[in-house]
Design a binder for this molecule. Structure first.
Ligand SMILES: CC(C)(COP(=O)(O)OP(=O)(O)OC[C@H]1O[C@@H](n2cnc3c(N)ncnc32)[C@H](O)[C@@H]1OP(=O)(O)O)[C@@H](O)C(=O)NCCC(=O)NCCS
Length: 171
């Protein structure tokens, strides 16, 4: 039985199970996603899926109508007051699923689970993701210079965060 985190009009978020492993790996290495994320290997995901989910969780975004998987999030630090969203990937892009699924994830984070804050990092040239995060209310908190090596080039990360009271001001 799949554990559902939260459900909206078009989408629901549920914990990944072992049958989702192939989808998660495929989504991560698709060129349009890979350039913006740091992929983890299959064993790392397998361990997360097989865990009780109390510290890390792989989450599938799926369509309510039909149950098709359309995206994937990785959540970490769930055993602290400050959750981290690490992977945010939508396979069916450009039709509002990113915004809708992140709104659901924020509702789960603050309304349901009562986290104090959530944070995320993002490559500084990922303008689509930065626009999305900031329009949802994330605040730029830091700039990590040349912190990840991608194809021989050191890249910068922007750290963004949202505090519970900022979320509740908007919702
Ligand atoms: C970033 C990502 C999650 C956004 O999901 P999405 O479903 O495509 O986005 P949405 O359709 O919900 O659109 C969200 C906003 O981005 C804008 N947007 C979406 N695609 C865009 C594009 N190609 N160019 C410019 N703006 C774009 C939309 O107009 C919308 O803004 P608006 O509501 O102000 O008009 C998705 O594109 C993705 O998986 N990208 C690759 C992986 C990645 O970068 N992850 C983030 C790592 S930090």
């Amino acid at each position: 039985m799949n554990e559902i985190l939260i459900e909206g009009q078009r989408l629901r978020l549920r914990r990944a199970n072992i049958d989702d492993l192939n989808y998660i790996m495929t989504l991560q290495v698709a060129p349009e996603n890979l350039k913006f994320i740091v992929p983890f290997d299959e064993n790392y995901h397998r361990a997360i899926i097989n865990s009780d989910g109390s510290e890390k969780s792989d989450v599938i975004v799926e369509e309510v109508a039909g149950g098709q998987s359309v995206g994937y999030f990785m959540l970490r630090e769930l055993d602290s007051p400050c959750a981290e969203y690490t992977h945010v990937i939508i396979g069916k892009k450009g039709i509002g699923y990113g915004r809708e699924s992140l709104n659901l994830l924020l509702a789960w984070t603050f309304d349901v689970k009562k986290f104090h804050r959530v944070w995320i990092d993002c490559k500084d040239y990922n303008s689509v993701a930065l626009h999305l995060y900031e329009s949802l209310g994330f605040v730029r908190e830091g700039f990590l210079r040349e912190i990840i090596l991608t194809g021989g080039v050191y890249e910068n990360l922007i750290v963004l965060g949202m505090i519970d009271r900022e979320y509740f001001c908007k919702h």
